[in-house]
Design a protein around this ligand. Structure first.
Ligand code: ZN
Length: 320
């Protein structure tokens, strides 16, 4: 029996330079670089995981740096933006912190009953900070406070994503199949909500947009949480029955998952719940060295020689 997803697992995007991404997401936003590994489909490319102290599902943004790619274009069908939860009284702090680094900030805007700051990463990825009475709070999330941002202001995981679909009705139907429920509408935004306590919001944007192009500055997919590997096989069969474009179940080392492109064109991943995606748990310094699953360990020298050396900025990972 398939159960509803409780919320998002992670969001994955494409950036340009890996060090620039670390300097921004760890050094400015104060997320923990929980794991530095390689793209398991292309081991000569980095894959960076940012999140809370443990890399808990529902807090994780991952980025594939692709320094030689042409810039992407945000458009249909894509994940258009990702939003993060910040404490209600931290909005002004973030406005000042981002502003002092010459990052253009729009807001605070009022949306539903939330306050929202909109800004971009160095390659144009659309990001938001959201605060408000109904944003998720979950005791399992342990914000990263050994970085440059104090506990009062630290990011508390993902709030949700906004989607640009080529067929909003189909995308809405897919969300309902996964267990999201229609919650509210605000201007051209239709909000769906999962039943859990972490990363539960998905907004479908009902507006015209050009066709998107994959590349730095765009978000590649959004992953939702499922209980275990068995559920993935059941979901696989359900999507296959509906003729959705669905992948086989894959071993992502930290979790198992499958990918499904729904008829609205948005790429979803279904990923199994885990305690975290930090390569060696909450201790150690997993983000500072390249982590490889056993099957790639024999090729470590070759892999490392092909990848740029990365450093975690001072203050972003300074103490346990
Ligand atoms: Zn993913």
């Amino acid at each position: 029996m398939l159960t509803d997803t409780p919320g998002l697992h992670h969001v994955t995007g494409i950036v340009g330079d890996a060090q620039e991404a670390i300097d921004f997401y760890a050094g400015v936003l104060g997320l923990r670089l929980v794991t530095q590994t390689v793209n398991y489909e292309d081991i000569l490319q980095h894959h960076l995981y940012f999140g809370d102290a443990a890399g808990s599902p529902g807090t994780v943004l991952t980025q594939f740096p692709d320094p030689h790619a042409d810039p992407g274009r945000i458009g249909r069908p894509q994940v258009a933006s990702v939003s993060f939860v910040v404490p209600a009284d931290a909005i002004e702090y973030w406005q000042a912190r981002l502003g002092s680094r010459d990052i253009a900030v729009e807001g605070p805007l009022e949306r539903f009953d939330e306050r929202v700051l909109r800004f971009e990463d160095p390659v144009g990825t659309q990001l938001e900070f959201v605060a408000g009475p109904v944003v998720d709070t979950d005791d399992n999330i342990v914000p990263w406070t050994a970085g440059p941002v104090s506990e009062d202001s630290a990011v508390h995981g993902i709030h949700g994503v906004s989607l640009l679909s080529v067929n909003p009705y189909s995308t809405a139907s897919t969300l309902e199949t996964l267990g999201f429920e229609h919650e509210a509408e605000y201007e051209n935004r239709i909000r769906y909500r999962a039943s859990g306590t972490r990363a539960t919001a998905i907004d479908i944007l009902d507006r015209e947009a050009p066709f998107g192009r994959e590349g730095p500055g765009t978000l590649h997919h959004v992953a939702v949480r499922v209980d275990g590997e068995d559920d993935l096989y059941e979901w696989h069969d359900l999507f296959a029955e509906r003729d959705y474009d669905v992948s086989r179940v894959k071993d992502r080392h930290f979790f198992h998952s499958l990918y499904v492109r729904e008829p609205g064109g948005v790429l979803f991943e279904l990923a199994t719940e885990t305690d975290g995606v930090a390569a060696s748990g909450e201790t150690g310094r997993p983000g500072e060295s390249l982590y490889l699953p056993d099957r790639f360990e024999d090729d470590r020298d070759l892999i490392e020689s092909q990848l740029p050396e990365l450093t975690v900025p001072a203050g972003a990972d300074r103490q346990r």
